[in-house]
Design a protein around this ligand. Structure first.
Ligand SMILES: [Zn+2]
Length: 119
């Protein structure tokens, strides 16, 4: 929504590896901006054990991923994209109880960065 104007060059687009998304995922909110990196550009039905890494569409960066270390995704989301996670969690909670509305905390991250810049 409040995205800064990134000047995306064509070079940046070229550096995105071939991506795929798993068919059956448990925690969908963890995968909202994460995709797995396919080993080649072939359009096959890749599975998580084929993945040579993961890729975050928001950060535009590769993450180390393997089936054994799939927690990397959760950790990345919790560290950098808490707002996305909370959106997903909130939707889940809405189904149960409809009372939680003051759940957004987007400004937290900004002020954190500002403090870091001052130091
Ligand atoms: Zn990210």
């Amino acid at each position: 929504m409040a995205e800064t104007n990134h000047t995306t060059t064509e070079n940046a687009a070229n550096s995105i590896p071939p991506l795929f998304l798993l068919k059956h995922i448990k925690n969908k909110e963890y995968w909202r901006c994460i995709k797995l990196v396919a080993p080649s550009k072939e359009s096959k039905m890749w599975t998580s054990s084929d993945a040579i890494g993961a890729y975050c569409l928001k950060c535009k960066q590769k993450l180390v991923y393997s089936v054994q270390s799939s927690k990397v995704i959760a950790r990345h989301m919790e560290k950098y994209h808490k707002d996305i996670l909370q959106e997903g969690i909130q939707k889940k909670n809405d189904a149960k109880s409809n009372s939680v509305k003051s759940f957004f905390s987007k400004k937290l991250e900004l002020s954190f960065h500002q403090k870091m810049a001052i130091r």
